[in-house]
Design a protein around this ligand. Structure first.
Ligand code: SF4
Length: 377
C-alpha cells in the first residue's frame, strides 16, 4: 500500500534523465542487469589464506580488473552470467578474507584506530567483532527512486555529530561501560542475509545498508553477501568516511551509493562531527565510487543554518565539476537535535531550522550549476 502515499516513487521513473543516470539500478529492478556482488562470486581469485596483506591486495587488484571486463561483457550480452562457472575461491571470498584481516588492525574508516576488533578490542566506534542490528524494515520515507527500501540499520557510528537525528542508535546504543543498552540484536552474517531475504520478499527495491553507519560492519556485510543470492540492488548508505581499503572492498559490491556530503569546511566538520580531513576523504571516496565503482550515486546534502556559502556552494561546485552525473538531494529538513538542544548555548549558531532564503540560495546555485536535484529532493 506504500504506493498510495508515495505516488512519486512510480512517477519518478517516467523521467528520462533518471532512467539514464540510474540505468543499471533500473536494469536490476527490471531483471535485465545482474547485481555486482553476484558477479564477484563468479570471478576467480587465486589466493592463499597465508598470503601477506600486500600480496592479497595485488590479487584483489587483478580480480577487480577481471571483474570490470566481465561485467561489461555481461551487460552487453556478450556472455551470460548464468553460464559462468563458480570458482573454487572467488573474488568475494578474497574480499571477505581481507575484511577479516582489516578487522584485526581496524582501519575500516579513516580514524584508523588499529585495534584488534577480532579479539574484542574496541575502537572509536565502540564496536568489537560482532555487529548489532537495531532494526530492519521496508522504508517508505527514502528518496522516490528508492522506496520501498529494504533498510538494515546497524548500531554504532564512526562520527559523533552533535546534531545527530539517530543518536539513539549511532552514539547512545551502549553506555559508558560499553554495554549495549538499546533494543538492537547481535547478528551473524547468516542472520543479516535472512533479514535481507525477508525484505526482498516483502517488496524491497534494494537492500539499504545504513546505521549509525555501516562502515564498522563491512566484515559482517561481506560475509552476509556470501550467504545471499537474490537479484536485488545492494546500496551503501553511509557518511562515506570509510578508509581507502574499505572503499576498494566496496567498489565491486555496491550497485548504488547514497552518501552524505555535509561539510566543506574541515574545521566545522571537526566541531560538528569530531572528524579530521573530512573534505579530502569524502571527495576521494565519492570520486572512486563515481569513476571506478557503479557510478550511480545519489548525494545527500543537508543544508545547515548559516552555512550555505561556506559549505553548500563549494559542495555543489565540486559535484558539478567532478561527479556531474550524480544526482543531488538538497535536504531542507535540518532541525536542532541531540547536543544542539541540550547544550544550546554552545551550539547557538545551528540551533534553528534553515531560513527560506537559505533554501532559495542553495537551489538557485544548484540550478546555475545545472545540478539535477528536483525529482529526488
Ligand atoms: S571502524 Fe573506524 S572507528 Fe571503528 S574501530 Fe575501525 S577504524 Fe576505529
Amino acid at each position: 500500500m506504500w504506493f498510495l502515499y508515495r505516488p512519486d516513487a512510480a512517477n519518478v521513473w517516467k523521467n528520462e534523465e533518471i532512467r539514464k543516470r540510474y540505468k543499471r539500478y533500473r536494469g536490476i529492478l527490471d531483471g535485465t542487469n545482474i547485481p555486482r556482488y553476484l558477479i564477484t562470486k563468479k570471478i576467480s581469485a587465486n589466493f592463499s589464506f597465508d598470503d601477506s596483506i600486500k600480496e592479497l591486495w595485488k590479487i584483489h587488484d587483478k580480480a577487480a580488473k577481471k571483474f570490470n571486463e566481465t561485467i561489461k561483457k555481461i551487460d552487453k550480452e556478450e556472455i551470460s552470467f548464468e553460464d559462468l562457472e563458480v570458482p573454487g575461491l572467488s573474488f568475494l571470498d578474497l574480499k571477505e578474507h581481507i575484511a577479516h584481516e582489516i578487522l584485526k588492525d581496524c582501519h575500516f574508516c579513516e580514524r584508523r584506530c588499529k585495534v584488534n576488533r577480532a579479539e574484542g578490542k574496541l575502537g572509536y566506534c565502540r564496536l568489537g567483532k560482532e555487529s548489532i542490528v537495531s532494526s530492519a524494515f521496508l522504508h517508505t520515507g527514502e528518496e522516490s527512486v528508492l522506496v520501498p527500501s529494504g533498510t538494515i540499520f546497524f548500531a554504532g557510528c564512526t562520527f559523533t555529530c552533535v546534531f545527530c537525528q539517530n543518536h539513539d542508535i549511532s552514539q547512545e546504543w551502549c553506555n559508558e561501560f560499553r554495554e549495549k543498552i538499546t533494543g538492537g540484536i547481535l547478528v551473524t552474517p547468516k542472520k543479516v542475509a535472512l533479514l535481507a531475504e525477508r525484505l526482498r520478499k516483502e517488496g524491497a527495491k534494494n537492500i539499504n545498508l545504513v546505521g549509525g553507519d555501516p562502515t564498522p560492519n563491512i566484515h559482517t556485510i561481506i560475509s552476509a553477501l556470501k550467504e545471499f543470492n537474490e537479484k536485488i540492488t545492494i546500496l551503501w548508505n553511509s557518511n562515506t568516511y570509510q578508509s581507502l581499503e574499505a572503499t576498494k572492498l566496496l567498489l565491486e559490491l555496491m550497485d548504488f551509493w547514497l552518501p552524505d556530503f555535509k561539510f566543506w569546511d574541515n574545521q566545522f566538520a571537526k566541531e560538528m562531527s569530531g572528524i579530521n580531513q573530512y573534505r579530502e576523504i569524502i571527495t576521494r571516496n565519492l570520486k572512486m565510487a563515481y569513476d571506478e565503482g557503479s557510478g550511480e550515486l545519489l548525494i545527500r546534502h543537508l543544508i545547515m543554518p548559516g552555512r550555505v556559502e561556506e559549505d553548500t556552494y563549494p559542495i555543489l561546485e565540486w559535484c558539478s565539476k567532478e561527479i556531474p552525473k550524480a544526482i543531488v538531494n538538497l535536504m531542507d529538513q535540518y532541525h536542532p537535535e541531540y547536543l544542539v538542544l541540550s547544550k544550546h548555548d554552545k551550539y547557538r549558531s545551528i540551533n534553528r531550522r534553515i531560513y527560506p532564503e537559505e533554501w532559495n540560495k542553495a537551489t538557485k546555485k544548484a540550478d546555475e550549476l545545472s545540478i539535477f536535484w528536483k525529482p529526488v529532493s
